[in-house]
Design a protein around this ligand. Sequence first.
Ligand SMILES: O=C(O)CCC(=O)C(=O)O
Ligand SMILES: [Fe+2]
Length: 280
Amino acid sequence: MGQRLARNMGFQLTDQHIEDYHVLGYTVFRKILPPSLIRDLRQVSQSARKIARERLGPQAQRLQPVGSFDIDQQPFIDYAEQPDLVKAITKLLSPRHQHGNRNHLGILIEPAEVPYCTPWHRDWRDNLPGLKLERWNERFQDMNLFNQINCALYNDSCTWIVPGSHVRHDLACEVERFPDRPICGPNVENKIVEEREKICLEYCRSMPGCLQLHLEAGDFALYRSSMWHIGNYVPYSIRSTLHDSAMTPEFEVWSRQVQEEASERRETGVVMDNPNTNRF
Ligand SMILES: O=C(O)CCC(=O)C(=O)O
Ligand SMILES: [Fe+2]
């Protein structure tokens, strides 16, 4: 109990956090992690980085879920139980929204060799081949689903978002920017490292209304993964960022069902539904 109290940072959730989350689709609980917990999580993230690169290669983006690997689990348990975090998430969402489930929790890491970025996307809709678009359209505004977390253990400016896009379908300018599916990433083929870095950054900036999220060590960002977002990475900026969900029973059920359905549809030859076909 003494240790738990020592680990409480006295974070106060404000109306601004709540309003930002609903209106903009994201909010940041600044400096909510106690330094001793950051230290423990940084230490275990070194093992995670090593395992991720052994298994997935030097450009690995993540190790997930942390519970499946032979690394010290205690720091993740402490993170899941951190009283300020539990209180803030309960108040902002509900007691049913639970972070820190080690069957889901991952760690995002920097690439070892060359810069790259993901394509711009809205999670599930644009990165699960075979997903039935209707499934996403009927639930993307449901607050029981799509509550994602990036909790930075080092300063992290990799994530870009389009604030406000979580409560609407795509704007005409977004459709125009990305008419096709799957969404094209930047063309960095045969480019030197510095050029790749520049092209990726330009690709990030090419999205109308985008904003780069700047997190400092110990900051906890909660965002709607149904909004437009992207990750942009360079090997020279160390990254250990907990990648988590405020998970609910509803999201568990929905995720399982759509993954099963998507896999069946892929077997029949479906690649990716395009939301821009027959839009109007
Ligand atoms: O790296 C990030 O912060 C975002 C990653 C992401 O959006 C994804 O992999 O779907
Ligand atoms: Fe994503």
